[in-house]
Design a protein around this ligand. Structure first.
Ligand code: ADP
Length: 514
């Protein structure tokens, strides 16, 4: 490949990666930029160091392989080995020739082969084998061509080295052709092998490093470096964003929450500790909102209690003299019309007194005096007040024989009394009230459900003091009931179920848990 094109391509890759990161980092936070720089240095510096070390090492290895001392000593040992082998060949050739001549001269029995060796000869077309070393090899060979005898060849046979010489001789017996195998001394064979292998390995290594340090490898190494650089740029950017993203969202979130936006939630995908941090932050904001809402409610109730106290005082004060005056008029004046009017006034003063009593009760709601109480008995005794006087029927669902709780019985009677009274009023004194007992985390829940017209306002609005839709209502019943339940560590909510009517849900902590 044209190296110019390659370098150009690599530079382009690098440039593109750099531009991409620069653009995406411009919009990022300072933390993101810092993390990117840190990750990039951490990941790329070792790569540069390794590449440089590799390069240097290759240079040094080639320098060592190219040193004249090493090369000449290797060449000398190779020459030495070659000369030694040539001498051995010469000796083998001469021995073969000598043996062939003796046979041709008529020596019988045939002369013995050299130690550990063997020969095969052809006399007048007949083949004879003497000796054992490499005899199978000789048996497989055709008679040599007397016109092309050549130098002895070196053969390796089952781990042993032999020199196989060919010879031809003329004598009274006619032409004698011969193959002679003589073993090469084991240590000599091993040395020869070591020298040839060593020098061929040297040649390969030189070739390899020479190749490595030529332009191609340099291009490959540079290419590798650039690819690694681009990869480390992109990975560093990825990790920097992954960490800095959630953190900057959290920072923004903290600022918003501090400015009072308690509905803000950090929506960002994060894993591990960062994910936990985001979850914890969102949970904390939720808790903060809940406590703030509670605080606001408590403040509102306290304010209404103050108003209730003054109202009760202002109403009650003139009621007693009015009452006394009316009784006196009744006694002094004997007139039917006057008596009727006086009775109406007395009836209205009684109503006003009841109202004032309710106000002052709401104003002075005492802390609950809790004791072990059987809840079913308590609820049933207040429900009876209505079932006896009206056509309202009470149905019990999910109640055990006994349900012991730790509450102020007087206050609880007021809570359930008010809920059953409201249910009976909503159904205009005719219908069914279902009291269901259920469990919930850390306590129990009692649902008071009726078959009335359902809720006419937002459920939370019903609990505000003085909210009423009834002509003679005070709007304090539910406010007082909720205050009592909350003072017990529980909760009171209303909702309109799909099947119609209204449900009021009293949650109470399990005995001993409040
Ligand atoms: P009051 O009974 O004096 O009006 P409460 O605080 O007990 O005061 O109730 C406030 C209002 O909540 C009622 O006027 C009524 O509009 C509504 N409400 C209470 N209970 C029910 C119910 N079971 N079904 C429908 N509306 C209800």
């Amino acid at each position: 490949m044209n190296s110019f094109v390659l370098y150009g391509g690599l530079a382009l890759v690098l440039l593109l990666a750099g531009v991409y990161v620069a653009i995406s980092l411009r919009g990022g936070s300072r933390l993101q930029r810092r993390l990117f720089t840190l990750f990039f240095l951490l990941s790329f510096l070792p790569v540069v160091v390794v590449l440089l070390l590799n390069w240097q090492m290759s240079q040094r290895n080639l320098g060592f392989l190219d040193s004249p001392g090493l090369r000449s000593s290797l060449e000398s040992s190779l020459n030495l080995a070659r000369r030694t082998l040539d001498r051995e060949r010469e000796v083998a050739g001469e021995t073969g020739q000598r043996v062939a001549q003796r046979i041709a001269d008529g020596e019988r029995p045939l002369p013995a082969p050299p130690d550990g060796g063997s020969y095969r000869c052809w006399v007048g077309g007949e083949a004879h084998l003497r000796g054992t070393g490499a005899s199978e090899l000789l048996e497989a060979m055709a008679p040599p061509d007397p016109n092309a005898l050549g130098t002895p060849i070196r053969l390796e046979l089952t781990g042993e080295d032999y020199l196989v010489a060919t010879a031809a001789a003329h004598g009274p017996e006619g032409e004698v052709l011969l193959h002679l195998a003589t073993p090469l001394a084991a240590d000599l064979a091993a040395d020869l092998r070591a020298v040839t292998q060593g020098s061929s390995r040297y040649r390969q290594l030189r070739l390899f490093y020479g190749e490595l340090l030529r332009g191609d490898t340099l291009i490959t190494l540079t290419g590798l470096g650039v690819v690694l650089l681009a990869t480390s740029i992109l990975l560093s950017r990825y990790f920097a964003r992954r960490i800095a993203g959630p953190l900057s969202k959290l920072t923004q979130g903290t600022a918003l929450v501090a400015a009072g936006d308690l509905d803000h939630r950090v929506r960002v995908r994060a894993v591990d500790e960062l994910g936990d941090l985001v979850d914890a932050f969102n949970r904390m904001t939720g808790e903060l909102k809940r406590s703030k809402d509670e605080l606001v409610r408590a403040e509102r109730v306290a304010a209404w209690q103050g108003i209730a106290r003054r109202l009760a005082h202002e109403i009650k004060n003139p009621l007693t003299p009015i009452d006394l005056a009316m009784h006196r008029i009744r006694r002094k004046v004997d007139d039917g019309t006057v008596h009727e009017c006086v009775d109406t006034v007395l009836e209205e003063t009684r109503n006003l007194k009841r109202l004032a009593d309710e106000f002052s009760f709401f104003a002075r709601l005492p802390a609950p005096k809790k004791e072990r109480t059987e809840l079913r008995e308590l609820v049933s005794s207040v429900a009876e007040l209505y079932t006896e006087r009206t056509h309202v029927e009470v149905v019990w669902e999910g109640w055990p024989e006994e349900m012991w709780v730790h509450v102020d019985p007087g206050q609880m009677r007021q809570v359930f009394g008010n809920l059953v009274k409201n249910a009976a009023e909503a159904m205009r004194g005719r219908g069914r009230v279902t009291l269901t007992l259920g469990e919930r985390e850390g306590g129990i829940v009692v649902r008071v459900a009726d078959g009335g017209p359902g809720l006419t306002a937002r459920p939370e609005q019903l609990f505000e003091p003085y909210f009423t839709t009834k002509e003679s209502g005070t709007g304090l019943g539910l406010a007082v009931a909720r205050k009592i339940v909350e003072d017990h560590g529980g909760s009171l909510h209303a909702y309109a179920p799909a099947e119609g009517g209204a449900v009021f849900e009293v949650g109470l902590p399990a005995a001993g848990k409040e």
